[in-house]
Design a protein around this ligand. Sequence first.
Ligand SMILES: Nc1ncnc2c1ncn2[C@@H]1O[C@H](COP(=O)(O)OP(=O)(O)OP(=O)(O)O)[C@@H](O)[C@H]1O
Ligand SMILES: [Mg+2]
Length: 653
Amino acid sequence: MPPVRAPKGKLETAKKGTLKRLLKILFKNYKFQLIFSAICIVLYSLGNIASSVFMSVVTNTLESATTGRISPTQAWSSMITTLIVIGIIYIIGMASAYGYNYTMSVTSQRFLNTLRKQMFNHMESLPIKYFDTHPRGDIMSLYTNDIDTIRQLVSQAIPTAFQAGFTVIGAIAAMLLFSPILTVLVIIGSMAMFMNAKTMGGKSAKYFVKQQIATGKVEGNIEESIKGLKVIKVFSHEEKSIEDFDKINDQLCKDSTSANEASNILAPINGNIGNILYVILIVVGVLFIIQGWEINPGLQLVIGDTFSVSYGIGKITYSIIFFFLIACRTFSNNVNNFTQQITFITMGQAGASRIFDLLDEQSETDSGYVTLVNVIKHEDGSLEETSERTRTYAWKHPHKADGTITYTELKGDIVIDDVDFGYNQDQLVLHNVSIYAHPGQRIAFVGATGAGKTTITNLINRFYDIADGKIRYDGININKIKKDDLRRSLGIVLQDTNLFTGTVMENIRYGRLDATDEEVYEAAKIANAYDFITRLPEGFNTMLSGDGANLSQGQRQLLSIARAAVADAPVMILDEATSSIDTRTEKLVQKGMDMLMKGRTVFVIAHRLSTVQDSEAIMVLDHGRIIERGTHQDLINKKGVYYQLYTGAFELE
Ligand SMILES: Nc1ncnc2c1ncn2[C@@H]1O[C@H](COP(=O)(O)OP(=O)(O)OP(=O)(O)O)[C@@H](O)[C@H]1O
Ligand SMILES: [Mg+2]
């Protein structure tokens, strides 16, 4: 098996401003939900801090009761009031936590739903070129891995970081109110925690990014192995394939271990710093009490006959120490929470950056304004537009200058005039190609593999664009025709058959969604697919899955011919449409097609020369150049390359 391509290693480098752009979109679309969540988060954080303050009121009450400043009855009533307040604060806190968690998880799912829709819509609008240059696995991982990092970012990382950040700031503010001296100790401790988070967190974020790349590789390998299973078996490469898988699977294991090691070390180290801080606070606080130092500026709570709060310089009390111990816990937990989100934020940014890359990709441009309409052709030759399906079509050409509209009957006259084309700028695939296909003519392309046959059809249906005026359709420059309408006028059987998950009926009807059942049967008969379909277990209702894995290659081709037949388009392009079909069936298909082709311009590409013999004009292509053209008889008489090909005396290379 070929080595599995590594996903683009762009993960680390989220574009600048990605987070801002993401937040902007979120805020624009979910303003209410975000404001509501922010309020809940603030309430929750304030509740957290307030409960530690009230816990210190409890100790203060106890202190007052034991020193005889208040009677036991007063102590009880004060205690109960405080506990009720704490209870209410907890209930509000819990409700707020539920409020923001629920809102954010619903919001993030809605956001992702819209984002996926947007991505898919945009992806459908991208030119074929995009898919030539972006591997399928990479595009797929945008919808799975990258979307998931955004889910984590929006539903978890951002709210948690905001909540933790707010709580940390709030806790510091509350601490400062009670004792700036002890607060200094906490700030020193928190700096140590942040430094640890920076080193360990940075390391773990780096490994998490590596883990993402490795996961992508494992996924890519599995996908490729399933797709190439038959090739693996044919060449007995199972062992090699297992070996390849083991290698990348081990890498994933290594990177995930390193990522988790670093992040797993981070929390205990910070936890220990928190514990040390705890002890230091007790020691310093008790020292202040023993020494009776009255140098602490802060709020003085006095619970006596009356409850009074004042600000001034005083002693550090047990209740202040108690408050600090609780606040310190809240504080260090939240510093930890905050730092843990850094990894998710980094990963989310990287994911969002790649999704934005897709969304920023330039859509297929279509400046076409000439459209295809059904018309009624009157005896005097005039055309009248109608919404009915008349099977007579015209190009509707609005003229901006004078506001008039002209109709040109669709005849299928295609002129390719001296076209040079290359998929990449530095390599031309077609050289000076000129073709004149008159209405009703069958034009065939023959030539070696890679000669450029499919490329010519890619230009006619505008999968790739070329300079203005080089290809004319009924005298109209195809760049002026709306792409949808242009393609609607072409019945195309592509070289690669592609069936979708669905019934046989649905797959044929894909050619024209409003086709009736009868029309589908008729198309199946033309393509000579009717017989085999009726022999399928459930006939036209047989489900096809996995690109029609339950059909033979030839049967799949017959279905794509039926699909083109049901489209009933005035011009047909058949790229190797019958290459996998036996010669006898091909003759039958040919007969059906002859009926269908009557009056239509048809481009056929075939390796079998017997298929193209009846064509009005045969173009022999070699390395992107037309080297001979004429009818079968002309070319035979000419005794050139075609003659030699036909008689088997010469092979194109
Ligand atoms: N999407 C693409 N990007 C870059 N080069 C391409 C692309 N598609 C085809 N080519 C190149 O263009 C040349 C012509 O390819 P084309 O598919 O037109 O050949 P063909 O005549 O249809 O061959 P075959 O008989 O095998 O179908 C080839 O050299 C091929 O490598
Ligand atoms: Mg081809």
